[in-house]
Design a protein around this ligand. Structure first.
Ligand SMILES: N[C@@H](CCC(=O)N[C@@H](CS)C(=O)NCC(=O)O)C(=O)O
Length: 211
């Protein structure tokens, strides 16, 4: 099976979850990272099913949507519970939660006025994001091990939430406090553990030396 995953050259959860799943599973894939001009050309080409990234080409056929791609890559790489529908349900739930949290932030990215943007982000940092973090942390606490969100092994849900939290705490979102996760010790510990996984560290250091 020939795979090509296309997304921008930064470790945003939408693509990193699948890039890393394939990498950790030892599944060869072409890692395509368009620059701005290539992205504009790709968008204009009409070949993106929903006009957005990420997309995954499988034997020349193009597929889209973050959650669908993450599940598929997770299945190929052993990071998705293919023989346990209940565990799969929980992984799917977390991928969908990540998508919804992401959508909370999107409107703020289109706001031109810096003060209005800051106020929107501060409100999200005070209300919606802490609520989402509490909900996600509860899922982690509900799991038997708490080392992972589902079962006793890493899944794509762990990778998705790890990168999502890295986004919130990176400081790139002006107005969103970078210490939000400090009030969620289990989530913070989970994040630190995934971040310190030697295979993941090696990937991050080789692809994004500053992170
Ligand atoms: N529903 C899509 C949303 C993907 C999405 O919003 N991608 C953004 C990049 S993070 C994008 O392509 N934005 C450019 C655009 O919409 O023109 C998914 O789940 O993958």
């Amino acid at each position: 099976m020939k795979l090509a995953l296309t997304y921008f050259n930064f470790p945003f959860w939408r693509a990193e979850v699948s890039r890393l799943a394939l990498h950790l599973g030892g599944i060869p894939f072409e890692d395509i990272r368009p620059d701005r001009d290539q992205w504009m050309a790709l968008k204009a080409s009409g070949t993106l099913p929903y006009g957005q990234l990420p997309v995954l080409d499988v034997d020349g056929v193009r597929y889209a949507q973050t959650g669908a791609i993450a599940r598929f890559c997770g299945q190929l790489s052993g990071l998705y519970p293919t023989s346990d529908p209940i565990a799969a349900l929980r992984v799917d739930e977390l991928l969908d939660a990540a998508t919804e949290i992401n959508y909370e932030l999107y409107p703020t990215m289109r706001v031109k006025d810096p003060e209005e943007k800051l106020a929107m982000r501060q409100a999200l940092g005070r209300e919606q994001i802490p609520r989402w973090l509490t909900a996600i942390e509860t899922r982690l606490l509900d799991n038997e091990t708490q080392a992972y969100f589902v079962g006793t092994q890493m899944t794509v849900a762990d990778l998705a939430i790890w990168r999502l939290i890295a986004w919130f705490t990176s400081g790139i979102l002006d107005g969103v406090p970078t210490d939000l996760v400090d009030k969620h010790p289990a989530l913070k510990a989970h994040h630190a553990a995934i971040d310190a996984d030697p295979r993941i560290r090696a990937w991050m250091e080789s692809h994004y030396p500053s992170k």
